[in-house]
Design a protein around this ligand. Structure first.
Ligand code: AQP
Length: 336
């Protein structure tokens, strides 16, 4: 029996930040040798909110290069672009037709993003989780490592697969495999630097709300210097009463590879004037090797295109047979 399979992805909707790294990519890197990994740049998802066509291709390449620079190894993983594998769109349509509308209307992320879009809410935003289900189910995925914010979408993916199996499969021969979410507690939800009750997000209009993986040292320093804090003496982990303080301590803990106990003890009597430079120094040091590798990859002509072509071939070898299986179960005839 081969290694269990992992699928995960990130949208090329802007600069990747510490939330994407600590909630997703870092976990992919840590466990990669134990799995057969498929890491996708989910560019079809990126147009569910308004997007800039002039930036889409460059952002897609940048995300793929960041996967590599954060430590994803091609020996263990295939890296590819969602729109290069047409099975994603095709399976999404088939799954759309068996997904009840009210399941999609109940998704928290849809409700949150729909409010931001006002009257111009696109159907793609509502159907986003169905495309995500197609992404995952195409690869007979065993595990999906994501941040806490994606847990509901994973549950929906399982519900959609179970419904298709119930309607068109048999108990002995299910059509689709039900995947398991993997959610780490540490870093599962990195919060905004300007509001500790909201998650750090690419789409936050304020760049000061996040630390991007490619931010230069002086910008990181500026963002941490200006980030929101409180006026309570001493620093403590207290999510409900001190969300900003808790978030900054958690970032420091993870980026410096320390335990919660050690950080609690070390920072208990500190003031912000002492802690902020420490966090700044730690964040700059943690991001330096990622940034160095990123610029090295981007300077090598043709390398990234080669990686993505190889990834697409490996992805299609798994995705196309799964799509054919679903179409056969639904009763489609196959072309000669
Ligand atoms: N703040 C966060 N804390 C922990 N994990 C996070 N992730 C995103 N933000 C945080 C995880 O990153 C992965 C990819 O996310 P995505 O870009 O595909 O979509 P998203 O969750 O909607 O991320 P953003 O940054 O908030 O993007 P926009 O603003 O474009 O919607 C997922 O595993 C997610 O959990």
């Amino acid at each position: 029996m081969g290694k269990p399979r992992i699928f995960s992805g990130i949208q090329p909707t802007g600069d990747l930040h510490l939330g994407n790294y600590l909630g997703a990519i870092r976990n992919w890197v840590e466990g990669q040798s134990h799995y057969d990994n498929f890491f996708c740049v989910v560019d079809l998802h990126a147009i569910t909110v308004s997007h800039n066509p002039a930036a889409l291709a460059a952002d897609t390449h940048s995300v793929a290069a960041l996967y590599l620079s954060c430590g994803i190894e091609l020996e263990h993983a295939s890296i590819f672009v969602q729109s290069h594998v047409s099975a994603h769109s095709e399976l999404a349509w088939l799954l759309n037709c068996i997904t009840p509308l009210n399941w999609l209307q109940d998704m928290v992320q849809f409700k949150e993003k729909a409010i931001k879009q006002g009257e111009n809410v696109g159907a793609g935003l509502l159907n986003y989780p169905v495309l995500m289900a197609a992404d995952i189910l195409l690869y007979d995925t065993d595990k999906v490592p994501v941040g806490e914010d994606q847990k509901q979408h994973l549950e929906l993916t399982r519900d959609i697969a179970a419904r298709l199996n119930y309607l068109y499969g048999t108990e002995e021969k299910p059509v689709l495999k039900l995947p398991e979410p993997v959610i780490r507690t540490e870093g599962a939800r990195v919060m905004s630097l300007t509001d500790g009750t909201r998650k750090m997000s690419k789409s936050d209009p304020s760049d000061m709300s996040r630390i991007n993986l490619l931010d230069p040292p002086d910008l990181i320093q500026q963002k941490i210097k200006r980030c929101k804090t409180d006026s309570v003496r001493g620093l403590t982990f207290d999510d409900s009463e001190r969300p900003e303080c808790s978030n900054l301590l958690t970032l420091y803990m993870i980026l410096s590879n320390q335990t919660k106990e050690s950080v609690t003890q070390k920072c208990a009597d500190m003031g912000w004037g002492q802690f902020k430079p420490l966090l700044t120094e730690t964040a700059i040091a943690a991001l330096k090797p990622i940034q160095d590798k990123y610029y090295e990859i981007m300077a090598e002509p043709g390398y990234l295109d080669h990686v993505l072509k190889q990834g697409r071939e490996r992805a299609e070898a798994i995705a196309n047979p799964t799509l054919a299986k679903v179409k056969a179960a639904l009763g489609y005839s196959m072309p000669l």
